[in-house]
Design a protein around this ligand. Structure first.
Ligand code: GLA
Length: 392
């Protein structure tokens, strides 16, 4: 993408020269799904599809935000609020502003000085609800811009935590920290093995040799805040409560499957047992996937990725017809080591590890079968693994 393009777009809207252009990535997750809020492990990375933001300071205390992605009429697209206004936007078509506003509000609450307004132009390339974390991309974009433009002395992981706080307390989704961490701490060509309980992490090169990761979008969007996401969080909390008749744990990530087997009877509910079994088994698969990566055993990594999808489908029940069709069709293709849904689920995107030389045939075959079964096209992205948010 060309920086000048965004400077021009800003000028056309605000009628003045901009100061700076920033980029913030989206994310995929190799394995470790719905483990973050359960205190388990994840293995995500930042991708080159993301959100661009153009910043220009103002002398008053107004924040004026224009989104190129907004569906509003052109003349009502600029949304304004005062830097001292700490309430979420409530109008239905303005709620997306809360991902930005929350970051501003919480940085100010933490005592950081943001003492004048600004104009802000954004252009996102992650379709909303695509499962590639457009929301964390936006939160970390805003965090990075404010950090840089107002010289805020804040550690990157603290900024990541404010991103999660924005999501939880300002937007209302009880998500874990994976997305903000993956975006905010992204490193070129590396995935991040993160313990969501302790926030200990290490970078691992995603060295896939003759293989590549393909992103497949169902082109069906999900809305997590309105979906069953919070219900899953609640079901896992209930599992912990029931296990604690004999155990003393805070999160399911603290136990292995041996301990889980021994005490499953305490849960005594078919649905909650399956939810908890996913959280425990997925955490173990993620650790085994790291061992496989480190040993260069891509076949084993692929098998674990497939098993992750199966567990998300049958035990956690967060896939749905579109994601199942993508993953299960991918499994049938020659040159595919593994495939599964990524992110919150219900719709959105999946990934597949595919032999580079077979990629074109793979996309054609999976695309054709998806269209026959679902009735509209899937999309395929060739994304690179990139660094976190930065100024261009
Ligand atoms: C969403 C949430 C993350 C994580 C995933 C599922 O992307 O924002 O915190 O829970 O779902 O792994």
């Amino acid at each position: 993408m060309d920086k000048q393009q965004f400077l021009d777009e800003y000028k056309a809207v605000f009628n003045e020269e901009a100061k700076d252009v920033f980029f913030s990535p989206g994310r995929i997750n190799v394995i470790g799904e719905h483990t973050d809020y359960n205190g388990g492990h994840v293995f995500p990375c930042a991708i080159s599809v993301g959100t661009y933001g153009v910043y220009g300071p103002r002398e008053d205390t107004t924040v004026a935000i224009y989104s190129a992605n907004s569906a509003k009429e052109e003349n009502s697209k600029i949304i304004t609020f005062d830097i001292n206004d700490d309430q979420p936007q409530t109008a239905k078509d303005e709620k997306w502003v809360n991902y930005f506003k929350g970051m501003l509000v919480y940085l100010k609450q933490r005592g950081f000085e943001i003492n004048h307004g600004f104009n802000f132009y954004i252009h996102g390339y992650l379709p909303y609800g695509s499962g590639l974390s457009s929301s964390a991309s936006i939160e970390m974009l805003m965090g990075d811009i404010l950090k840089e433009e107002f010289n805020l002395d804040i550690d990157q992981i603290e900024l990541v935590k404010l991103g999660q706080k924005t999501e939880n307390d300002f937007v209302g989704l009880n998500s874990g920290i994976m997305d903000q961490f993956a975006v905010g701490m992204g490193k070129k060509d590396n995935a991040i093995f993160l313990d969501c309980n302790t926030l200990e992490y290490k970078y691992l090169p995603l060295a896939l040799g003759d293989y590549e990761i393909l992103i497949m979008s169902t082109n069906k969007t999900h809305s997590l805040a309105g979906s069953k996401y919070n219900e899953r969080v609640q079901e896992c909390t209930e599992a912990v409560n029931r296990l604690n008749k004999k155990l003393d744990i805070k999160k399911l990530g603290e136990i292995d499957s041996k301990t889980f087997d021994q005490y499953t009877y305490l849960i005594n509910d078919d649905t909650i047992i399956r939810r908890a079994r996913h959280a425990v088994s997925e955490n173990e698969r993620t650790k085994r996937a790291i061992d496989a990566m480190e040993a260069g055993n891509l076949e084993e990594l692929g098998r674990l990725i497939n098993a992750s999808h199966v567990s998300l489908k049958y035990d956690y029940e967060v896939t749905g017809k579109e994601l199942d069709t993508l993953a299960e069709t991918a499994w049938e293709q020659s040159g595919c080591l593994g495939a599964r849904m990524v992110g919150g689920g219900f719709a959105g995107s999946a990934i597949a590890i595919v032999k580079k030389s077979a990629a074109e045939e793979f996309k054609a075959n999976v695309g054709k079968i998806y269209k026959e079964k679902i009735g509209y096209d899937a999309s395929f992205y060739d994304a690179e693994i990139v660094d976190g948010p930065h100024k261009l």
